[in-house]
Every structure is written in structure tokens, then in C-alpha cells.
Design a protein around this ligand. Structure first.
Ligand code: UTP
Length: 234
């Protein structure tokens, strides 16, 4: 069996994506296919709109970033629970509990075909959790499934001339996302810079892609051509 970890951005589950119930059903089918081809999956789910809304609700009252992070973590676990229940309902051998840390997730990954989790501790995002899980389970790669099609040198929503990458080194990615620090609860970047620095230390390959298109995720898991950015670990 080989292991692959997927960071599923929370935006994939919520209103920005049309037909999101069918996305969840199709994700379950994709996961079943991968299991039957001998792949174990760790899926780390982001907080998306429940995280943003809940953090915004109290931002004017609570200034402690760690407290806001804890609210964000609860939202990631809510989304992880949704995915876990959909998988269980489709008969997938997924761990019953949502692990609260990497050590638990590693044990659950040994016992099950699939583990679904959200955040762990304040101070980072679920990208970093996914990268940590990939490293701890000797996974071949970590797929960052988000709602942008590739990594760009600048924010493509603000810069029409932003350049996209099909392939890049992990050093180049670290330069784009900046140093490994946690900006603010709920703040979003293409990949969490803290996660990128962990991937850099461990020479972990990242595949960054638009997860709304499940074929993209499938191709990346299988090592086939996909639309997105390959970030080479060394
Ligand atoms: P996400 O992982 O969803 O961050 O965590 P993001 O980059 O904003 O999200 P997506 O990919 O668009 O969904 C949401 C927030 O929860 C807290 C952080 O405040 C983060 O910004 N969090 C999450 C933690 O503090 N620790 C974790 O392990 C995970």
C-alpha cells in the first residue's frame, strides 16, 4: 500500500462550488477507486466559510489570535466530520474518530484505509497539518486541493500579468509565500508558509491544484498529468 495525503481546502465544501453535494458523492467514489488500487489516503479538511464567518463574528471582541485559531480549528473539524460521515455512508473503511493530532492520525492510518481530519493546534492552517501528516506517514506526496488552478508569482485576482507555474522548486514556492510565520487567524495564502518550510526540510513533493475538478485530484494521486503546479521536493 502507498500513502497519499490530500489537503482539501474548506472552500471546496461550501457555496463557492456549485453542485457541492455531488462533489462530495464523487469524492467518495474517487476514494473507493484509489483504495482498490492499493492507496491509503489521509484527507485533511480546511475550515472554509464556517471558519471565516465564525472568526469574523468575534474578531472585534477577541483580539487573541490563539483564541480565534481555536474557533477556526472547530470549523475544520466540522467539515472533516461531514466528509467522514459521507465516506462511512458509502461503505469506506474510514477511521471512526477525527484525530486531534498527527500521532493519532498516524495510528489511525495504519488501521484504516482512510483518515479524515481537520486542524490540530493554533498557529497554522490545515495545509501545514496535511504536510506534517504526509511526512509522518512516508507519503509519496501531499496534494493541496484548493480553489486556484496553479501557483502564481503574484495574486492573479489583483495582477492581470501574474505568471503561473506548471513546475517549480520548493525554494521558489517558499519565496512566493514568504517566511514560515502565522499571519492571522483565518488569513489565506495559496499554501501555508509554515507547511512549505516543513516540506522543504523533508524534501516532500507537493501538487497544488484546483480541487473542484475531481479528475485533477485523481490524476495527481495516480501520478498522471494534471492541471496544476508540481512543487518538487528537491
Ligand atoms: P484552514 O486550514 O481552513 O485555513 O484553517 P485557510 O488557509 O484559511 O483555508 P482554506 O484552505 O481556504 O479552507 C482556518 C483557520 O483555522 C485555524 C487558523 O486560524 C486558520 O486560518 N487553524 C486551522 C489553526 O489554528 N490550526 C490548525 O491546525 C488549523
Amino acid at each position: 500500500m502507498k500513502n497519499v495525503v490530500v489537503a482539501a481546502g474548506g472552500s471546496l465544501l461550501r457555496p463557492e462550488i456549485e453542485e457541492r453535494s455531488s462533489w462530495l458523492e464523487d469524492l467518495a467514489e474517487l476514494v473507493k477507486e484509489q483504495i482498490s488500487s492499493g492507496i491509503k489516503l489521509g484527507i485533511v479538511v480546511g475550515g472554509g466559510s464556517p471558519a471565516r464567518e465564525s472568526i469574523q463574528l468575534v474578531e472585534a471582541i477577541i483580539s487573541d489570535v490563539l483564541a480565534l485559531d481555536r474557533i477556526g480549528i472547530s470549523a475544520t473539524r466540522l467539515n472533516a466530520t461531514i466528509i467522514k460521515e459521507v465516506f462511512q455512508n458509502s461503505g469506506i473503511n474510514v477511521s471512526d474518530e477525527i484525530p486531534v493530532d498527527i500521532a493519532q492520525a498516524v495510528i489511525m492510518m495504519e488501521k484504516n484505509d482512510v483518515v479524515v481530519m481537520g486542524g490540530t493546534l493554533p498557529g497554522h492552517t490545515t495545509d501545514k497539518v496535511a504536510i506534517e501528516l504526509a511526512i509522518s506517514t512516508n507519503s509519496e506526496k501531499c496534494i493541496i486541493a484548493t480553489n486556484v488552478n496553479k501557483v502564481y508569482d503574484k495574486d492573479p485576482r489583483k495582477n492581470k500579468n501574474a505568471k503561473s507555474f506548471d513546475e517549480m522548486s520548493i525554494y521558489e514556492l517558499q519565496e512566493i509565500v514568504g517566511p514560515a510565520k502565522h499571519a492571522k487567524a483565518g488569513a489565506s495564502q495559496v499554501v501555508d508558509p509554515i507547511g512549505v518550510s516543513l516540506a522543504l526540510e523533508s524534501n516532500l513533493t507537493l501538487n497544488i491544484l484546483d480541487g473542484r475538478n475531481l479528475k485533477n485530484i485523481k490524476n495527481a494521486i495516480q501520478g498522471n498529468v494534471f492541471e496544476g503546479t508540481i512543487v518538487k521536493g528537491d
